[in-house]
Design a binder for this molecule. Structure first.
Ligand code: ZN
Length: 313
């Protein structure tokens, strides 16, 4: 098990990271700054307006306000941050335990529709280990949620295993299934590059609703009647299911701590992922919090590059 997680200590990013982009729904420019954070901060969104803090919203399923098209978190006063899932996926996927995400808009920038720009930025900054053991939510019994033709289940497991299956009624996607024992290396190499996707037939409806105003072929794989509209095509034949797995990493990060469990979803999405997580957390006999079993002594030199921390990929 020791090689599945990047050491037994909590981590944060080694330095501040600034990212600029566009909100996929608002179409507005956004800047996001990732700040190193102390032990047990978790992943925390700090919304600012003209340089002043207007809300602090922990990335937790209890703060999820909407899941229609993307994951929206918010506070009691009604301040929200949308499209948090690809950034959260990058942070959790690379085993960043603690990070403050400062954002001056209602929406995390869509970048290229994947987690890759976030992963590259985090890798460039590197990680720093903190002087406290990593904590996990350990799943103790299976929890299953069925809704319509979808189902999701999380079951006990020594690491974090993901098994995701999708089945779309178009030959452009069809049925795809992938499973991985997750690690930073697997996230970086297998999932991070997979872009979000949507159907051209939905676009007009979304635009009328004032959504997807920033969606275009630079940040979305667009599916027409019988072809993919992006000139460059797919990044991988299984890009669709890879993206759904990436989304699941982000959605499940809303547990607040890394999970020790095996998650399987069939024809699911943000909503199902969130329902399974809520069902798990509501059943106090289904999970417990555990600490990493041992803290390795590492020399400072090992913190130089993210690869040095990503043990055992
Ligand atoms: Zn997504």
């Amino acid at each position: 098990m020791s090689n599945r997680f990047i050491g037994a200590r909590q981590t944060t990013i080694a330095r501040e990271i600034e990212l600029k982009g566009t909100g996929v729904h608002s179409g507005a420019p956004v800047s996001v700054t990732l700040h190193p954070a102390d032990v047990d901060t978790g992943l925390l969104f700090v919304a600012t307006k003209r340089g002043r803090i207007v809300a602090e919203i922990p990335a937790h399923v209890s703060n999820v306000k909407n899941l229609t098209l993307c994951t929206v978190i918010g506070d009691e006063a009604g301040v929200t941050v949308s499209t948090v899932e690809h950034l959260l996926a990058a942070l959790r996927g690379l085993s960043v335990d603690n990070c403050i995400v400062e954002i001056d808009s209602k929406e995390v920038p869509i970048m290229d529709g994947s987690s890759l720009p976030f992963v590259e930025a985090i890798d460039e900054a590197g990680l720093r280990e903190l002087n406290a053991p990593r904590r996990f939510i350990k799943v103790l019994k299976p929890i299953r949620v069925e809704e319509g033709g979808c189902w999701g289940e999380i079951a006990p497991h020594s690491g974090f295993h993901l098994d995701v299956e999708i089945d779309f009624d178009t030959p452009l996607i069809g049925r795809q299934r992938l499973a991985f024992e997750m690690s930073p290396g697997i996230f970086r190499n297998e999932l991070a590059r997979a872009r979000t996707f949507g159907f051209m037939s939905d676009v007009e409806r979304l635009w009328k609703a004032g959504l997807a105003l920033g969606a275009n072929l630079t940040n979305t794989v667009a599916l027409g009647e019988d072809r993919i509209m992006n000139r460059e095509g797919l990044r991988d034949p299984l890009e669709f299911v890879r993206h759904k797995m990436l989304d699941a990493v982000g959605d499940l990060s809303l547990s607040g701590l890394p999970l020790l469990g095996a998650y399987r979803s069939v024809r699911g999405g943000h909503r199902l992922n969130s329902l399974v997580l809520k069902a798990l957390l509501e059943d106090k006999s289904a999970w417990t919090i555990v600490q990493a079993p041992r803290v390795r002594e590492l020399t400072p030199r090992m913190f130089d590059t993210p690869q040095a921390i990503a043990v055992g990929e």
